[in-house]
Each structure stands twice: as C-alpha cells, then as structure tokens.
Design a binder for this molecule. Structure first.
Ligand SMILES: NC(=O)c1ccc[n+]([C@@H]2O[C@H](COP(=O)([O-])OP(=O)(O)OC[C@H]3O[C@@H](n4cnc5c(N)ncnc54)[C@H](O)[C@@H]3O)[C@@H](O)[C@H]2O)c1
Length: 289
C-alpha cells in the first residue's frame, strides 16, 4: 500500500506498548482503531494516553488546544471486525507465540489484502510470525521502544519474506511518526536485545561474583561510558523476568552458552524481585511506584 493511502491504523492490544503506539499515531494525524479484549483495558489505555498528552503539553511538545483533537482520533473497541477499516495494522499483544499466532490469523482474515501487518514483538522470530500470518510479504517487525511517545528509535525488522515495498512503506511511516527507524534483518534478539542483554547479564555476574555493588557497576557505565542509566537500573526498569526470558531466547536461538542467564538474575526472579514493577530488584522502589 502506498504511504499516502494510509490514514487509519489498527493497534491490537492496548497495554503498555499499544497505548503508546496509539498515542503516537494519533498525535501525527492518523485515525486509530485501538482494540483490546476488555472494555476496562481500553478505558485504562485512554486514561494513560490523556495523562501522557498532558505531560507533553507541559514539555511544550503538544499544544493544549490539540489534545481533544488527538484523543478524538482514537477509537477504542473490543470488536475485531473494525479491523476491516484499517490501512495498516500493528499488533502489540502479550509476548506469547500461541497468542500472537492466533491474533495474526484472526487479523489476516479481516484486513484488506493490500494492508501491511506489523508486529511489535521484542523477541519472537518475525520470519515465523510472517509464515503464519497469511500475508508473509506484507508482514514486518516494528519494534517500538518503551515509553513509545518518548523514545525515537523504531527497530524495523525484515522477515525473510518481507517485500521491498512493505519495507519501504514501513520505513516511511516511521518517519511520519517523527521517529528514527533503523533496519535490521530477523535474528534472535534482533540487534537491540542481542547487544543490550549480554551487557545487563555481565553486570549481574559482576555483582554476583562480588566484583562490585550494583550501584558501583551502574556508576561506572554512567560516568565512564556516558550511558544515561546504568545496566542494572535499566534491568529493573525492563523487569528481571523479561531479561531472563530474552536471554533464554538468545541461548536457544544461537545455541551459544555466552547467553546463559546469570544465576543471580534467576534467583531474584524466583524470589519475586522483578525490578521496578514488584517494588524490588537490584534497587528498592518501595513507595516509588
Ligand atoms: N513493555 C515493553 O517494554 C516492550 C518493549 C518493546 C516491545 N514490547 C512488546 O510489545 C508487545 C506488548 O507488550 P506490552 O508490554 O504492551 O504488554 P501488555 O501486557 O502491557 O499489553 C498487552 C495487551 O494486549 C491485550 N490483548 C491480549 N490478547 C489480545 C487480543 N487477542 N487482541 C487484542 N488485545 C489483546 C491485553 O489485554 C493487554 O492489554 C509484546 O510483544 C512485547 O514483547 C514490549
């Protein structure tokens, strides 16, 4: 589909990523059909988008007068048949292969044949998803970063089957969202997680071996390498369970023991110390959530 023909975008899943993706499309003038399985999730998403738009007004990124127009572009629904109106679709349902495959198949039946279907998966092979999606050449990975309204990168992942047309349209669409797309080919962890997770893992090993405290490891990366946040604070932000899950995907995908998750990470996950979301990880967040 030509880029100028894309006016209405379906976003499947209104969670952490889905509400951010809907926010950004609506802010950039697109009509959004935001779909989730329960009305209460859609209400929560709309509340989050409203709060985040207010924050953007305070930062001078959005004019207060535009807020109602932006919110007015987002149509929330539990009715899957609304997908038939979409000119582009992004799926952001939970990271479970069975669920993603089911959602892809359902979406494929409803979307018009020329419509591109993108997945925001952070770790599942987009080639596998493309094979199941029924429109392999019009399938692509669009890996938005969290929080979506703030982060400029979109890692665009070409499945083996993705056509040149799908790729170029998706890259152009990312630009229209005022984001910076960076193209990669499909491989376990793509580039973002393949490079980031071994660093986080190594930082956890350094703590486990008593080389340094979490604070010291983070300070070295912040002060010495100019990282805005240390790897262990970032791990807490991502969720230690998610970190272990992605390391397991890298380990399985490459069959290389260098991706073995640090035992300390596994132990913390077993204790329920998942990072920011559980109130405790490498740092304590009691009262900060
Ligand atoms: N959270 C992150 O930092 C992050 C970053 C990059 C990519 N991702 C990826 O984005 C995707 C979504 O992650 P999230 O953190 O937003 O998850 P989430 O759990 O916050 O949200 C997922 C939403 O999808 C909904 N859902 C479930 N089944 C559905 C269906 N059949 N149709 C429509 N909606 C359905 C759920 O009710 C939920 O509201 C995952 O693939 C994840 O790996 C997450």
């Amino acid at each position: 589909m030509a880029i100028d023909a894309i006016r209405t975008v379906a976003v499947l899943g209104a969670g952490t990523m889905g509400n951010g993706i809907a926010h950004v499309f609506a802010r950039c003038g697109y009509t959004v059909i935001l779909r989730d399985v329960e009305e209460s999730f859609l209400t929560r998403a709309r509340d989050t988008i409203t709060k985040n738009l207010d924050r953007e007004v305070k930062k001078g990124k959005v004019a207060e007068a535009d807020i109602s127009r932006i919110l007015g572009r987002i149509q929330t629904t539990t009715d899957l048949s609304q997908l038939a109106r979409a000119d582009f679709a992004v799926e952001a349902v939970p990271e479970r292969l069975d669920l993603k495959l089911a959602v892809m198949r359902e979406a494929d039946k409803l979307l018009r044949p020329e419509v591109i279907l993108a997945s925001n998966t952070s770790s599942i092979s987009v080639t596998t998803l493309a094979a199941a999606a029924g429109r392999p050449d019009r399938f692509i990975g669009m890996h938005f970063m969290n929080p979506v309204p703030v982060m400029v990168l979109i890692e665009v992942i070409r499945a083996l089957q993705t056509s040149d047309e799908t790729f170029h349209t998706t890259m152009a669409l990312c630009e229209r969202l005022e984001k910076k797309p960076v193209a990669v080919n499909d491989a376990p962890g793509f580039v973002s997680n393949r490079v980031l997770l071994p660093m986080i893992n190594e930082a956890a090993f350094a703590v486990m071996e008593g080389v340094a405290t979490a604070e010291a490891v983070d300070a070295i990366l912040i002060l010495g390498m100019n990282h805005p946040m240390g790897p262990l604070e970032l791990a807490d932000f991502i969720g230690l369970d998610t970190c272990v899950h992605i390391l397991d995907i890298l380990l399985e995908g490459f069959g290389d023991s260098k991706y073995r998750a640090c035992p300390l990470l596994r132990k913390m996950v077993a204790a329920g110390w998942l990072g920011r979301k559980s109130g405790r990880g490498f740092y304590s967040y009691e009262g900060k959530r």
